[in-house]
Design a protein around this ligand. Structure first.
Ligand code: NAG
Ligand code: NAG
Ligand code: NAG
Length: 434
């Protein structure tokens, strides 16, 4: 009878225990220790990024509490998970607005070791069922990890990517659209992302009258990151500044360096146009430079070159400040450019080649106009006034789209057909202090 009663006693507790455990057990968990000794991101061709975490360890403390009308119990437990392996594939894509998207396309988890210890009243009883609880927990956790990873990606990573801007202002006139034109593609060596790289005028969105060229990246893999800037980027920038009316530049006498033996006035130009002395004697002058069409540059293995056409309108300035138009010249020149990266910014400089000057229109008569002689003056103006100012702006550079705290090293700059290629190794440099 004793054994019979004992048997039923144990059976009763066994049933009660399961009942309690699965229906009336309240658990509060506290993560005490968490270690990720090995995590790795690798490329899976045509799939995306594989993130694998191996040999992770977690230790949790918890309180359990059973609250029933006839039964109130509480206690604590300690849970150790070791040899945790998680492998997921992040699939990258793009949405309709060209922003990146991310989702989990595959996930697997295995937990080799789960250990649980109960303490408190009746813990001796719960500890008897440890093995059963551990194997149930193992199955349960293995099933939950992927689910909670997926929901974290959907709840946190995806909304974060949605905040990544795909347009930015370069200055007050022009913005850049760097939205994705296609989903990022993983190959065995690289993750490739095609960005639009198109500049536009902030005031008015005008359709671009040319198409982007195809880019053929060299199969070089010695640097961690390669960044190609197509001639399309520069030409849309040029088009945007031109349509916004920003490619206008005025040259006045005060801008001519003092050490140059030449003043921008009608007495100087009377040497080429004697009638200036009669019509506008001894008056200061001003040049207004503008582009009749957006300058178009081309990039080839030898470098960057452009043949800008610049209209130069000359004025005489009356004492009351109003302008008298004198003549309109057209300047065509060969300009070459170099590019480099300094402190995370793309910088450049221009060099002038031969220039050719033609007379388009004259308000002071054309008969005695000595255009050829004026060319030497224009050479001086271009090389001493225009070029230093352009190079000063290009020297300040344009920021590369780099995340904060990322440093570049082993920089490489190459010219290829239709694009500039920058390569670099990337280092993440956590902020000092704090
Ligand atoms: C005009 O320029 C000449 C030199 O090119 C100079 O001798 C003359 O003083 C200038 N006139 C004025 C009004 O600045
Ligand atoms: C400025 O002076 C010139 C010549 O004296 C004259 O023709 C012109 O009308 C004046 N302009 C203004 C705005 O007063
Ligand atoms: C600019 O260069 C091109 C080709 O290199 C040449 O045909 C053209 O004559 C040059 N223009 C000037 C103004 O020198």
């Amino acid at each position: 009878l004793f054994y019979f009663i004992l048997f039923y006693f144990i059976l009763f507790y066994f049933i009660l225990f399961y009942f309690i455990l699965f229906y009336f057990l309240y658990v509060r968990l506290n993560l005490r220790n968490f270690q990720l000794p090995h995590s790795q991101i690798s490329l899976v061709p045509n799939e995306g990024l594989q993130v694998s975490i191996s040999n992770a360890f977690a230790e949790l403390d918890g309180n359990w509490r059973v609250k029933l009308r006839f039964l109130r119990q509480r206690g604590s437990f300690n849970l150790k998970l070791s040899h945790v392996y998680i492998k997921t594939i992040l699939k990258l894509g793009r949405d309709a607005s060209g922003k990146p998207t991310v989702d989990i396309s595959a996930c697997s988890t295995s937990i080799s070791n789960v250990r649980v210890r109960f303490s408190g009243k009746l813990s001796w009883l719960y500890n008897l069922f440890r093995r059963t609880i551990e194997s149930k927990l193992k199955k349960n956790l293995e099933g939950k990890v992927c689910g909670s990873l997926s929901s974290s990606v959907r709840r946190f990573l995806q909304p974060y990517l949605q905040t990544v801007p795909v347009t930015a202002k370069i200055d007050t006139t022009v913005g850049i659209d760097y939205s994705l034109t296609a989903p990022p593609v993983a190959t065995a060596q690289f993750l490739n992302a095609d960005l639009k790289g198109e500049c536009f005028s902030l005031a008015q969105h005008t359709a671009i009258p040319f198409t982007p060229p195809a880019l053929a990246f060299p199969p070089d893999h010695s640097r961690m990151v390669y960044f190609g800037v197509s001639s399309y980027f520069f030409n849309t920038a040029s088009f945007a500044y031109h349509t916004a009316g920003a490619l206008v530049f005025e040259i006045t006498d005060s801008m001519i360096p003092k050490d140059i033996e030449f003043r921008l006035n009608t007495s100087t130009f009377a040497a080429f146009l004697p009638q200036l002395d009669e019509m506008y004697p001894n008056m200061p002058m001003k040049f207004r430079l503008s582009t009749p069409s957006a300058p178009f540059l081309s990039i080839g293995p030898d470098g960057v070159s452009l043949q800008p056409v610049v209209d130069i309108q000359a004025y005489a300035i009356y004492p009351n400040g109003s302008l008298a138009p004198l003549f309109l010249l057209s300047l065509t020149g060969n300009v070459s450019a170099t590019a480099d990266v300094r402190s995370g910014r793309m910088v450049g400089s221009l060099a002038l080649g031969r220039m050719k000057l033609t007379l388009k229109h004259s308000d002071v008569g054309t008969g005695t106009f000595k255009v050829k002689m004026m060319q030497s003056i224009m050479n001086i103006v271009a090389s001493s006034v225009l070029l230093p100012r352009l190079n000063e702006r290009l020297g300040k550079g344009f920021p590369l789209p780099l995340p904060a705290q990322v440093q570049l090293s082993d920089l490489l700059v190459q010219f290829h057909e239709n694009f500039l290629l920058f390569g670099a190794n990337v280092h993440y440099q956590p902020r000092q202090g704090r």
